[in-house]
Design a protein around this ligand. Structure first.
Ligand code: SF4
Length: 387
């Protein structure tokens, strides 16, 4: 058992909206697809067959949506029965194409951040980050987030709703097409580290990833996709059972329940002993390494003693720790750890045999921390100036 675990019963208010996970959860639209982008390839085949068309048409449809683009020219190349079917289902084709509320480039030209407006007016963030020879896109999985991490702008805004699979897929398409307009290609990696907790929207997220990794379309392989969770234990165990091949990143930020829960309220729902046990199960069943995320906050979780506790917690796990200096947000008074303290923290981990990387903060001038752009633009709208 970890020391410092809270003894009182955790209520729904501790982890807003987090209780229904896997029980009566909003499915994020899995039951009532509103767009073809909500469907995996086998689901699209079944829909066509149910409507009296042949399953083989799914290949042409899939190629148009995910490779060639839904243009008049490309629609005209489809077979007449498929064109008629599409004409009757225009909303299915176009139902999740988001609008653009903001499109900001970082001063170094390496990061481009989008605030996308969904059909019901919700806005979500998507970030394209450039690295030598490749791009990584970071997508949102929910509008807002129920987990309430105190240092996170999305956590500060609360939960609105789950995203549908097509709304997650549409972010990748949008980033790819926007980069192509700039003459850039090489969108090879996907991280689910935008707004929302992916494992709180499990079914829709996993359906979206099946679509995104399909080799007939976007073809971003499972090994290039990272699911980042704040530690939703049932979701980690489900991933362990399903062995889908995606990378898993678990946000810790504290190595005792008391320290962690002060930053991550979900830590009260899923204490560290349960979470680390689930991670050990995951490693054993999948034979995969787990990445642990640690936001370095000056004076809060960046001392050598805390690094030692973290090393003890992860002993024996196939783990890699990503140390991320805090991206400051308006609703949290903490500040980023200094470079010297970060280096010392890393040294302690290394001496205990735990590999780690100090991540560079990217795109601060485009409010690249999750939820920051939506928060900023929300303030602008309140001030009466169009975003
Ligand atoms: S850090 Fe992630 S899980 Fe925590 S509130 Fe922000 S979006 Fe949600």
């Amino acid at each position: 058992m970890q020391t410092g675990a809270p003894s009182r019963t955790v209520t729904r208010n501790d982890v807003k909206h987090a209780d229904p996970i896997f029980e009566n959860a909003d499915t994020g639209g899995r039951d009532t697809p509103r767009a073809l982008r909500d469907l995996t390839f086998p689901e699209m085949e079944r829909l066509l067959v149910a409507d009296g068309l042949r399953a083989i048409h799914a290949r042409a449809l899939w190629r148009m949506i995910y490779r060639d683009g839904v243009t008049e020219e490309n629609v005209a190349r489809l077979t007449p029965p498929l064109r008629r079917w599409l004409a009757e289902r225009d909303a299915l084709v176009n139902g999740t194409a988001p609008g653009v509320a903001a499109d900001i480039r970082s001063s170094d030209g390496l990061t481009r951040k989008f605030l996308l407006r969904l059909g019901d007016g919700q806005t979500i963030e998507t970030v394209a980050m450039g690295y030598p020879g490749r791009f990584t896109v970071c997508v949102s999985t929910q509008a807002g987030c129920a987990m309430g991490c105190v240092f996170c702008a999305t956590g500060q805004m609360g939960f609105s709703r789950h995203l549908r699979p097509g709304e997650i897929v549409a972010q990748v398409l949008h980033a790819r097409d926007a980069l192509a307009e700039d003459g850039k290609s090489g969108l090879r990696n996907l991280v689910l580290m935008g707004m929302g907790e992916p494992l709180h929207n499990y079914d829709s997220v996993l359906a979206a990833l099946e679509i995104i990794s399909d080799t007939r379309g976007l073809n971003i392989g499972p090994a290039k996709i990272t699911i980042s969770t704040v530690g939703v234990v049932p979701g980690v165990l489900r991933l362990a059972e399903e062995k889908r091949g995606y990378k898993l990143a678990v946000s810790l930020h504290g190595a005792t329940d008391a320290e962690r829960s002060a930053l991550v309220p979900a830590g009260k729902r899923w204490p560290l002993d349960e979470l680390i046990a689930a991670c050990r199960t995951y490693c054993a069943k999948t034979q995969r390494r787990i990445f642990f995320e640690w936001t370095l906050i000056a004076g809060a979780n960046d001392t050598p003693a805390q690094a030692q506790r973290l090393a003890a917690l992860l002993a024996g796990l196939d783990a890699h720790v990503n140390l991320i200096p805090l991206n400051p947000t308006g609703g949290f008074s903490g500040s980023a750890t200094s470079g010297v303290a970060a280096t010392e923290f890393q040294r302690v981990l290394k001496s205990a045999g735990i590999p780690s990387t100090v991540r560079q903060r990217r795109g601060i001038d485009v409010a690249a921390g999750c939820g920051q752009l939506r928060t900023e633009r929300g303030r602008v709208v309140v001030a009466g100036v169009s975003a």
